[in-house]
Design a protein around this ligand. Sequence first.
Ligand code: FAD
Length: 469
Amino acid sequence: VCAYEPGAIVSDACASYSTLDDLNADLRPYIDSLTQKTDFFSYYRLNLYNKKCPFWSDDNDMCGNIACAVNTLENEEDIPLVWRAKELGKLQGPKAQHPGRKIQAERPSKPLQGELGADVGESCVVEYDDECDERDYCVPEDESASAKGDYVSLVDNPERYTGYMGVSAQQVWEAIYRENCFSTPQDPFSDTASEAAKQGSFGPSSPSGFSNPQQLHAAQDLRGVIKQHGLQQGMQQAIARGTPTRPLDDGLEFEDSCMEKRVFYRVVSGMHTSISAHICNEYLNRTTGEWVPNLQCYVNRLHTHPERISNLYFNYALLLRAAGKLRDLVPKYTFCSADPKQDAYTKELVVRLAQAIPPGSEIFDESVMFNGNGALGLKEDFRNRFRNISRIMDCVGCDKCRLWGKLQTAGYGTALKILFEFDEKNPSNNPPLRRHELVALVNTLGRVSNSLNAVKNFRDILAEQEHAK
Ligand code: FAD
C-alpha cells in the first residue's frame, strides 16, 4: 500500500514520510559534501543570459529590476540597496568562461586544470561539448552552438528568497503548469482538466467541476489509488484528505486514468514545493538583514497544502531511484581527469551515495510507466513537454532564480532519462550521461534533500507550538 510507486500517494498515513526522512538523514552527509565541497559538483555551466524567452515578450520580465520590486514591495525604496529584489536576484562569485570550440578541438579529451582562467579558483570543472541524444529530456545548454554559457558557482549562489514575484513569476508558473495539459482522446478527465487550466477557470461552473486546481489534481491522484488498491481505500483516503468525492460519484471511468500524466504534474509541483521550501527556509529579515526560517511563509505556501508536500516526497523517491540506478556506472566515471586526488574524493562520495540508496524498485518503480497502448507516443509527448518547461525557464526574470530553475529542470530531465532510457541489466545501449547532467541530477537531489529537512524542521516547530498550547 505504501510503496512509492508512481501511482501511489506518498502520505503521512502510511508512514512513508518518516521512512524517506530517515533515509534522507543517512544520505544527507554524502549529498552535502558532494554539492558543497567538490569542484566537480559545485560548478554548473549554463547559458544564463544569451537565450531570449521564446514564449512572450521580455517586456513583462520586469522582476529582475527595481520597477518590479516597487510593484511588489510597498516600501522598497526604504530598504537598503543590497536587500532589494534586484540585488538579491543577482549572481555572486567568480564566473568562468566556457573554453570555446577551438581550445576543445586542440585538446579533445584531456581538460587541464586551470584552463578556465588563472584567477577563478576552479579546477576539475570544464566539460567538453558533445552531441545530443534524442532521448534527452531537456534542451541541452549548448543547443545554440554559438553561445555555450559560463560556469557558475552554485555554492556562492544559494537558492533562497530573492524577492522575485508578481506578474513575471506568476506567468512563468502558469506556463509551466499549462505543459501538464496532455490531451489524449481516451482520457476525457484530462481534457476537462486541460480546458479548465487553459481558461484558468476553476469554480462551480468550470468544465472540471472543481473549485480549484488542487482539488482537481487530488482527485486525479485518487483515481490512481482506486485503480491500484480498490474503491474502498480510495474513498477512505478521500475522506481522510477532505477531497471532494463528487466527481467519483459522477461515475467517471476510473480505468482510463493515466499515471504518466500524474507523474508529470507531480514532478513539476514537487519542484515548485522545493523552491518554496528554500524561499521560506532562507527568508530575508529586512529589519535585521539576517537569513532566517519564516514559519508563516511555510504555513501559507506548504503546510496548508499537503498535496504539495506529498509531491516533494514523491520527487525525492524519483530522484533517489535515478541516482541509485547509476551505482554500477559511477565507479567507472572520470570525475576530474587532471587531479587524481579530487577525482578519488569525488568518486568515493558518489559511489557511497549510490550504494546507500536501496537497490532496485524498492523506492520507486518506474517499470509500471509507459507500458500500455500508445506508450511510445505518450513518452514522446512527455519528453517534449519536459523540454518545453526547460525553455520556459529562460523566461524567469531573476538571474539566481533562473539559474536554479534551469538546473533543477535539467536535474529532473536527467532523472527521467535515467529512469526511462537506462537499462541496468544491459547498459551497452544506454545513452551517454554528460557532466552537466550528472551535476544537475546530484544538485537537484541536494535541493530536495534540503527541502525535506526544512519541511521536517518546520513541522517540528508547529508540533511544539501545538503541544505548548
Ligand atoms: P507562487 O509560488 O508564485 O505560486 C503560484 C500559484 O501556483 C499559487 O498561487 C498556487 O495556486 C500554485 N502553487 C504554488 N505552489 C504549488 C505547488 N507546489 N504545486 C502546485 N501548485 C502550486 N523566488 C525566490 O525568492 N527565490 C527563488 O529562488 C525563486 N526561484 C524561482 C524559480 C522559478 C522557476 C520561478 C518561476 C519562480 C521563482 N521564484 C523564486 C518566485 C517564487 O516561486 C514565487 O513565484 C514568488 O515567491 C511568489 O509566490 P506566491 O506565493 O505568489 O505563489
